[in-house]
Each structure stands twice: as structure tokens, then as C-alpha cells.
Design a protein around this ligand. Sequence first.
Ligand code: NAD
Length: 353
Amino acid sequence: MEAFEYSALPARVVFGFGTLPRVTDELDALGRKRAFVLSDPHHADAGATRLMHALGKLGVHLSTDAVMHTPVDVTERVMAKLVAHNADCLISLGGGSTIGLGKALAFRTDLPQIVLPTTYAGSEATPVLGETDGGQKSTIRSMKVLPEVIIYDVELTYGLPPGLSLVSGINAIAHAVEALYAREANPVISNLAEQGIAALGRALPQIMADPANRDARSDALFGAWACGSCLGAVGMSLHHKLCHVLGGTFGLPHAETHTVILPHAAAYNAGAAPAAFDRVARALGAPDAAGALFDLALKNGAPTSLRQIGMSESDLDKAANAALQSAYWNPRPIERNPIRALLDDAYHGRRPS
Ligand code: NAD
């Protein structure tokens, strides 16, 4: 075993089918009685209403204001309601956008958070908050935003459409791939990464074939937790930087951008981190990690090119320049010409070889 350092993040996880009503026990354990519930407009009729019903008098308000990119003006508006209701706990039910709003409020109030994730993005397992102000995205790392309790109820994910499940699951896989070659890589997180990639790699095609497959939904949600924990524990590299640039500067959709870029970021780094990519390939049961990641998207009908998700070819130079700004760790040096070539391959959707 090589030398390593590892700091575990505190986490309480309740995982299973039909776990939503456990929220009252968790509130009780936290000693809280006035829960402010967050969701997005799509969940108003489904999970969020059931959650309010389960909470009864413990739920003081349901806000369905969450939107993409956690804009500060929305946070401030919801903050006023939070104060007016004298809430003592935040409960977020939804995907990364809803969880982002909960984290933004927790950052400002230090209230505890219980989170019920409905996608595979993994934000619930990280002490990271991304928010936008006047079109500028900034990232804050603080223990104040790490949720105290995560309740995974597999049944909440049954309604996630197959196409969204696929790109959201590949978004999760990206966290684990980058964790395997992170500067702070360690055996605990690397094992979790490999488990997470394997669970999602197996489950996503099954979900595409049968979105109501309970075992596949359960495996995928477990994989999301494993991969999200990787994102929370170690630093990310080229792949996440590129996706941040493409999402922030060109407004490309989050999970789809991860899906398109991942095979190309993997191909870029493969030679510099062979042991990490052997583990990715083993988890996917394929000889070549980058090719297998591309095939996972292509064979299941996810977008495989930047062109398909709204990027303009004339912006590729600007994207390459942005990817070179501000130094960050990556196993292979970040050089303009190879990065520009990577973006060209991703734009045209060429399978990495
Ligand atoms: P999202 O929360 O915006 O959800 C995408 C869409 O899916 C929404 O329309 C939502 O209503 C719908 N949806 C969610 N769950 C559903 C379900 N079970 N059934 C039907 N529809 C459902 O997107 P996301 O991909 O989950 O999250 C993306 C956001 O999360 C980005 O802003 C990203 O930056 C952030 N994020 C943050 C971190 C972090 O650590 N801070 C980690 C990952 C993602």
C-alpha cells in the first residue's frame, strides 16, 4: 500500500425503498420542529406533497422556487420566507438544483439540512455550493453546506425519465472517474469510486430498457451516493473544469455536458493515469475506459457531441482558452493544442480510440 491521507466527511445516510416517511424520525433526532421544505415546480405534485403530508405540523412551508444554477436573487427571495416562517431545519427534495438552493440557505443560516435526492447528480454528499450572481458562477466549499442527513428513497427516482436518468448517471460516473486519478486519491475513495462506476454502468442500460426496474433503480441510486461521496472527498480535474467552463460560459445543460465530455477527458488523461483507467475499465467490464464511456452514452441514446447540445463551433477556441485559465491539478499537463483537439473531437462526437 502506498502512503496516503484521508479525511472522512460526516454523513448519515438512510437508504431504501419507501424511506420518505423516515423524515420525521430524522427531524426528531436533530431536535428540530419547524421544517422549511424545498423543491422545484416539477415535484410540487409528487414527492414534495407527500413529504409535506408525512411531516404534518412539522412542515411549516413548501417552497417550489428552486431553479437551475442557484441564482442568488432566488436564494434571497426564499431566504425572506425562511425567516418569516421561523424555520429551524431545511429539507430539500429534488435534484441538484433544489439541493443547491438548500445549501445556499444553509450557508447563510447554518441550519441543518435533510436531503431527499431524486437524481444522480450527487450534490447531497458534498460540502460544495455553486451559485450564480449576474451570470457569474462561483463555488464555495464550507462544512455549513454539507447536509446532515441524506434519505435515499429509491421510489422517488421511478419518475426520473430514462433519458435524464442516463445523463444524470453518467454525470455521477464522471465524479468517480476523476476521483481515481485525483491528487488526493486514497484507497477508501478509490474503492467507492470503482463500486459506484460498476453500479451505474450496470444499472443505466437496464433503466433505459425498463425504467421501473426496482433493482436497477436501487443500484443507480447507490452508485450516485458512492460517486457523489467521491466528489465531496477529493479534488476534481480537467473533466470538471471543462464542464464548468462549457456550462458557465456557454449555458450548456449540466448533465448532458458531462456525458459528452467524459470520454474525451478520459482519453486525454488515460496515458498519464493508467492504473486509474484500468479500474474504470474493470468497473465497466470493457477493455478500454474511454471507449466504454462513449459507448455507454451512444448505445443508450444519450447525446455524444457538443453540437447536439447547443454548442457553436465558433466558440471552441474561446472554450479552449478558458480551460487554460487558473491552474488546477490534472495528471497530464493542460496544453492548448491537445485541449483544442479534445474539444473538436467532443464537438463532432468522435469515438475516442
Ligand atoms: P436538476 O435538479 O435541475 O433536475 C433536472 C430536471 O429533472 C429538473 O427539471 C427536475 O425537475 C427534474 N427531476 C429531478 N428529479 C426528478 C424525478 N425523480 N422525476 C422526474 N423529474 C425529475 O438537475 P441535476 O442534474 O440533478 O442537478 C444539476 C445541478 O446540480 C447543477 O446546477 C450542478 O451544478 C449542481 N450540482 C452541484 C454539485 C455540488 O456538489 N455542489 C454536485 C452535482 C451537481
